[in-house]
Design a protein around this ligand. Structure first.
Ligand code: HSE
Length: 325
């Protein structure tokens, strides 16, 4: 049995989910690797970077470190899974890891949207994978779909609900008449919201994700400042009720398309008809609606936030990395 050693950077909502899935599903993952690649491989977390190792008494102390260089200096660690979030030091750590010829898997939409070009270039230069299926729309395999399954298509337009927290809040306000603050608090308790939930409700989180989708669909990184961004903070119960009376629903939509050679992207609450494919995507669910020239229209729906769904996407990238090792 080959052992592939992995380091986790961070052990929060997503990191905890990755650790749990790798422990619980080790046999299933080994079987799937064998079916796909004919190799007997096990994935092993051999180091976890956290700021206060002394707080994690349930985890063997040999697994924990507060020193990133300990991971860099371990040549047996082939893959670094960055799930600490935030722009820095996460971006710098990912760059260092790839310079050391370690593959990187991340869920960090902020770091990718801001430094995606640099991260991709460093990955290419060092011939390592830089994968981020978990960064957009949680468990929906949208990145692999665009990169692989739809390779024979021009994608003409993407629209979607790609922030679970705001969809959860709007759904609660719409269907249960919950007050905004209470719905936001529930979303935080359920582990959907970012550490700074301002990033969800003001639209930054969805902006980063639509920037990433734009790059994958249209081949270039959009300038984040050119993306129109309006959050849900000013949506009132009255607006929601008025929309209902008109037979509509307010959804927080991200959109991107290319027109006259330019990417036109936006993030904003919109009133949509009840028969719109995104109108009944509720709770923390995400959905991505793609328009392609050959494949036609495709609609994907799945959990957009939360520990296990996001971790499931991270593990799918680990599965892809194995083929390169
Ligand atoms: N805060 C994000 C959301 C988590 O609510 O969608 C997943 O990126």
């Amino acid at each position: 049995m080959e052992k592939i050693k992995i380091a986790l950077l961070g052990l929060g909502t997503v990191g905890g989910g990755v650790k749990a899935i790798l422990e619980e599903k080790q046999d299933l993952i080994q079987e799937r690797i064998y079916i796909k690649n004919g190799r007997k491989v096990s994935l092993e977390i051999s180091k976890i970077l956290i700021s206060h190792p002394e707080k994690y008494r349930a985890i063997s102390p040999v697994l924990l470190t507060a020193d990133f260089q300990e991971i860099m200096n371990d040549e047996n660690i082939k893959v670094v899974v960055e799930v600490m979030g935030g722009e820095e030091p996460a971006t710098n750590y990912m760059l260092q890891a790839m310079e050391r010829k370690k593959h990187v898997v991340t869920a960090n939409k902020l770091a990718i949207a801001k430094s995606g070009e640099l991260l991709e270039n460093v990955a290419t230069k060092n011939r390592v994978n830089f994968l981020y299926e978990a960064a957009v729309a949680g468990t929906i395999p949208i990145i692999r779909t665009i990169n692989d399954s739809l390779v024979a298509n021009e994608i003409t337009e993407i629209s979607g609900i790609i922030n679970g927290t705001t969809n959860y809040i709007l759904s609660k306000m719409t269907h249960e008449r919950s007050p905004y603050a209470e719905a936001l608090m529930n979303a935080q308790e359920l582990g959907f919201a970012e550490e700074d939930p301002g990033s969800d409700v003001k639209g930054d989180d969805a902006l980063y994700k639509i920037a990433i989708l734009s790059r994958l669909a249209f081949g270039e990184w959009p300038d984040l400042d050119t993306i129109d961004c309006k959050g849900i903070t000013e949506i009132t119960p009255q607006q929601i009720e008025d929309a209902k009376k008109r037979g509509k629903v307010i959804k927080f939509l991200a959109r991107t398309k290319k027109a006259e050679g330019k990417i036109i992207a936006s993030v904003s609450p919109e009133e949509i008809e009840l028969h719109h494919p995104l109108a009944h995507v509720d709770g923390a669910m995400n959905a991505v609606y793609l328009h392609c020239d050959n494949a036609g229209e495709l609609l994907f729906q799945g959990a957009g936030a939360g520990s296990r769904p996001t971790a499931s996407a991270v593990v799918s990238d680990l599965f892809a990395v194995i083929e390169q090792i």
